[in-house]
Design a protein around this ligand. Sequence first.
Ligand code: PGA
Ligand code: ZN
Length: 379
Amino acid sequence: MIIKEVKARKILNSRKEPAIEVTINSKYSASAPSGASTGTHEVKAFAKDVNDSCFYINHKATLKGLKFNTFEDLEQIDSLMPKLGGNAVLAIQYAIMREMSDNEVWKFLNPHSRSIPMPLGNVIGGGKHTKRHSTSIQEFLLMPRALSIRDNIEAMRIIHEKIGKELKLREMTDEGAWIPNGSDKAVLEYLHKLLSNIENTNGIKVNFGVDMAASSFWDGKHYNYRNLLNGKAAKLTSKQQIEFVNLIIKEHFLCYVEDPLNEEDFDGFSKIRQTTLVCGDDLVTTNLERLKEALKRKAINCMIIKPNQIGSIIQAKKVVDFAKANDIITVISHRSGETMDTMIADLAVAWEIPYIKTGIHGKERECKLQRLADIEAVL
Ligand code: PGA
Ligand code: ZN
């Protein structure tokens, strides 16, 4: 394909923050999301701001006439990073991939894939994803174990609805998870019990885990829990935090723990029970150098892939390949400020990524699950 026309405009993401949408040749569009608990080592979403990146794409960048035939050709766009920022580069690359594949990106990248990821769904939450008083742990995540994505989506929906009704909750976090009234420990106990006894999920086993996003309540010396147990705040040292995380993994059979320690504590991560998935998000920020460091320090056995943390689809693919070659399980993920773009679903299938974290509730999350259900139906 050849770029004949490119248009960028400002849209609003699910948190009503400015985001960028790029349209190539009047037909193929893409947009990029933004985080709230962003890692220090992520690239900047916009070099200056959305308006500036849109203006540069519309009036200054010399994109017209560029040719793209393969995935690797997208590297041409990477050089715009200093002028545009990661979200703008990514939106251009996504839109070009849509044109190259006539909207069937997974098939274009890997026609032989038969791999549909298992979803991780945020069902209860707090941390930086709400301004209300809630848990310090950012996300309590369902991990349903059916083989079909359709069955897994249904199981997550049933449980999400049941929790809202049972606990009489009304408000949700940015990612559509229920904001609970109780402590971090009370939520762990509640979910453990609920998922051990749950009926009406068509016999599907559902495990659970957490994204602690621990950097968001680390002050350099302590992990500051607002309400760890029985309405009481608690300050834990790194050593106490490691003990606490290992205890709840064992006590509540957590199958997944993301960012249990702050984003610089590689050694702390290595002390977490690796019988469960110990996942690095802010720790690694989809960055190859940081992944190498995490491997060297035996910090993780699992990592988050968020293409906009590194701001280029080419660089994100390098990280996925390196993780796979080193037996690190990958989880492709949405951001808390999402758009209606469904590219992460296509990438999960194309790159044969085993897990996708994309929420349960809200149109910006559900559209990605629906895209996976549509691909599964074709397969
Ligand atoms: P973010 O949070 O999109 O706000 O960074 C998601 C996560 O921490 O996984
Ligand atoms: Zn995270």
